[in-house]
Structures are given as structure tokens and as C-alpha cells.
Design a protein around this ligand. Structure first.
Ligand code: GLP
Length: 246
């Protein structure tokens, strides 16, 4: 795994955006695997700035998102459909129909998962953007998820629901279920960049860099991939310096 150490969230966003822009310039038909959460927000802002200033075109780019809550309609501001429109899709020149996000409103969730997995297999992802949960989840693959998992339904852990509750009015409104690409789906990507910012991610990053390959820490599966870059800021890499703070 390659590590790019940056100072803070602002620099992280610039470095991550630069990698995405480079990919899209080299391959205008690139398939981008995208993530939600607060970490990639700044990266998406940088993509928008670049698009306005330099005209990087996304007309032939496809996007495939990692995950979505079950039961939140796309008009709900906490749905990942809404997040992606608001923070990225509405601001770049994407072609309608080139975005894919799991359908958490499907009446047939298992079938929706299978169809999503087929979509990933027939549109191999050139560059996957990942965040990381404090418990090491990637997408919504919680501890215990097998490394050979494909797109599936998942019961969210209380700790993940608590971490994400900051976006909701009440903890009880945080969905209990989600659809996520599996670990095996993520590992199919040709290249992966994992973004981590802030001291809350330091323990997870330390475990990712030092820890053993184990399903109790889903991100450790990334050690099996040969083209992963971690972009992390000083706080996210601070575990070694301040282990007593954790
Ligand atoms: C959610 C998402 C993940 C994301 C994680 C970290 O649980 N499903 O894809 O990586 O949160 O989010 P944040 O960047 O807000 O810390």
C-alpha cells in the first residue's frame, strides 16, 4: 500500500481530486467508484472547481456508488442518492443515466443486490474512492463480513449508526439496514484510493497499516489488493505519536 501523507483535510481533498482528474483525463470513459460521508466532500468540491476552471469533462464517465441506506427515498437529504446529486452530480457535465447507486427502496432487495453486482462486473471500476469507518468498515461492510462477499444487505452496527447519527435529527431515524458493495466487489476495482482525515480515524488507520488480515477489521482486506493508495492527514496518522489518546 502506498501512503500519501498530507497536512489536513484541505490538502487531502486536493490530492485526491488530482488523482481522479488525472484518471478522467487519461481515460474519458473511466468508471469511477464513489463514496459518501464527510471525508470525500472536499474532494468533490475540488472536482467541481476544476471542472469550472479547466473544463475537465465527465460526459462519458460512469459512476458506481458503494452503498445506500435501505428505506430512504432519494428525496430524503440523508439518502446517498441525495448526497451525490447535491455534492457532485448536479455540478459536473455527467450524462444522465451514467450514475449507479444501490436501490435501497427496492421491493426486492436481494434481487437488487444481485443486479448491482452484475453491473459492477460488467463495468469494471477504474478508480474506487473509499472512506473508512472508525470500526474499519469500508462501504457498509461491517466487522465480520467475509472477504468474498458481493453486493449484499447489511444490518448496521450500533456504532456505525451512532457515528452517522450526526446527519439525522434523532438517532432513531438512522436506518438499521443498508445495501453495500461487498469486499470482493470492492477488490475488483483496478485502483483504490482510501481517504482518512482527523484523529477519529487514527486508530483505524494504524490498524490498517500494521494489523493482520482479518475479517474483524474489514479494511484489512485492502492488503490483498496491489494498487491501493491511502491519503491520510497528520491527525489520521497520529496514532503512533499519541497512542495514549485512544
Ligand atoms: C459511512 C459510509 C462509508 C464511509 C464512512 C465514513 O458509514 N457508508 O462509505 O466511508 O461512513 O464516513 P466519514 O467520511 O463521514 O467519516
Amino acid at each position: 500500500m502506498k501512503i500519501i501523507q498530507v497536512e489536513d483535510g484541505a490538502e487531502l481533498s486536493k490530492r485526491a481530486a488530482a488523482l481522479i482528474i488525472e484518471k478522467v483525463r487519461q481515460k474519458p470513459t473511466a468508471v469511477l467508484g464513489l463514496a459518501t460521508g464527510s471525508t470525500p466532500k472536499g474532494t468533490y468540491e475540488e472536482l467541481i472547481k476544476d471542472h469550472l476552471q479547466n473544463g475537465t469533462s465527465y460526459a462519458n464517465v460512469k459512476t458506481i456508488n458503494l452503498d445506500e441506506y435501505v428505506g430512504l427515498p432519494s428525496e430524503n437529504p440523508n439518502s446517498y442518492h441525495y448526497f451525490m446529486r447535491e455534492n457532485l452530480f448536479d455540478h459536473l457535465n455527467f450524462t444522465k443515466g451514467n450514475h449507479f447507486i444501490p436501490d435501497g427502496m427496492s421491493q426486492h432487495l436481494d434481487r437488487a443486490c444481485q443486479a448491482y453486482e452484475e453491473l459492477i462486473r460488467s463495468n469494471p471500476i477504474d478508480l474506487q474512492v473509499l472512506g473508512i469507518g472508525q470500526n474499519g468498515h469500508i462501504g457498509f461492510n461491517e466487522p465480520g463480513t467475509p472477504f468474498d462477499s458481493t453486493t449484499h444487505r447489511v444490518q448496521l452496527t450500533r456504532s456505525t449508526r451512532k457515528a452517522n447519527a450526526r446527519f439525522f435529527d434523532h438517532f432513531n431515524e438512522v436506518p438499521k439496514e443498508a445495501i453495500t458493495m461487498g469486499i470482493s466487489s470492492i477488490l475488483q476495482s483496478k485502483e483504490i484510493i482510501l481517504l482518512a482525515s482527523g484523529v477519529k480515524k487514527a486508530e483505524a488507520i494504524n490498524r490498517l497499516l500494521k494489523g493482520a488480515l482479518t475479517i474483524t477489521f474489514p479494511a484489512s482486506a485492502l492488503n490483498k489488493h496491489d494498487n491501493v493508495t491511502i491519503i491520510a492527514d497528520r491527525e489520521a496518522l497520529s496514532y503512533e505519536l499519541n497512542p495514549q489518546h485512544f
